[in-house]
Design a protein around this ligand. Sequence first.
Ligand SMILES: CC(C)(COP(=O)(O)OP(=O)(O)OC[C@H]1O[C@@H](n2cnc3c(N)ncnc32)[C@H](O)[C@@H]1OP(=O)(O)O)[C@@H](O)C(=O)NCCC(=O)NCCS
Length: 133
Amino acid sequence: MEVELFGAAAWSPQSLREEITGPGRTYVGAVLPDGRLVGYAGTWFDGYDVQVMTVGTDAAHQGRGIARRMLVHLLDAARTAGAAAALLEVRVDNDPAIHLYESLGFTRLGRRRGYYQPENADAWTMRRDLRAR
Ligand SMILES: CC(C)(COP(=O)(O)OP(=O)(O)OC[C@H]1O[C@@H](n2cnc3c(N)ncnc32)[C@H](O)[C@@H]1OP(=O)(O)O)[C@@H](O)C(=O)NCCC(=O)NCCS
């Protein structure tokens, strides 16, 4: 699923394993009744802010609210853990993800030129305050 969702930017199985078990990481998966994984998302909390590390939903199951539900859960958990804000980067041409993040209250902070390599694609940095009511 990682390769299907992220193509050349996909993490290797080893990178993914190290990422999921890394310090401060929280990962959630969306699982069908038959046990199939159809989505996953994760954050890294450094004690101050939480960084959204990844989110993806299997193509056949997109558009059903799975990513929204995973991120709401992770952001609630981060707020409970004491995170002041949530941060993320997203490719400037990734409209579905940008709509998702904006609908969850993220706003654009700035543009990072050539953030994604080797494609040399720009990223928006986005932020959401977790303490605001
Ligand atoms: C971005 C992604 C995670 C969304 O997953 P999803 O489970 O389909 O998202 P949801 O069904 O929860 O949709 C939540 C919101 O996202 C936005 N959205 C989702 N798909 C969209 C699309 N094709 N076009 C525009 N907006 C879209 C909408 O705002 C939607 O809210 P709405 O249904 O109330 O309009 C999914 O498209 C994906 O896995 N993409 C490939 C990996 C990726 O780019 N991840 C993000 C890296 S930064």
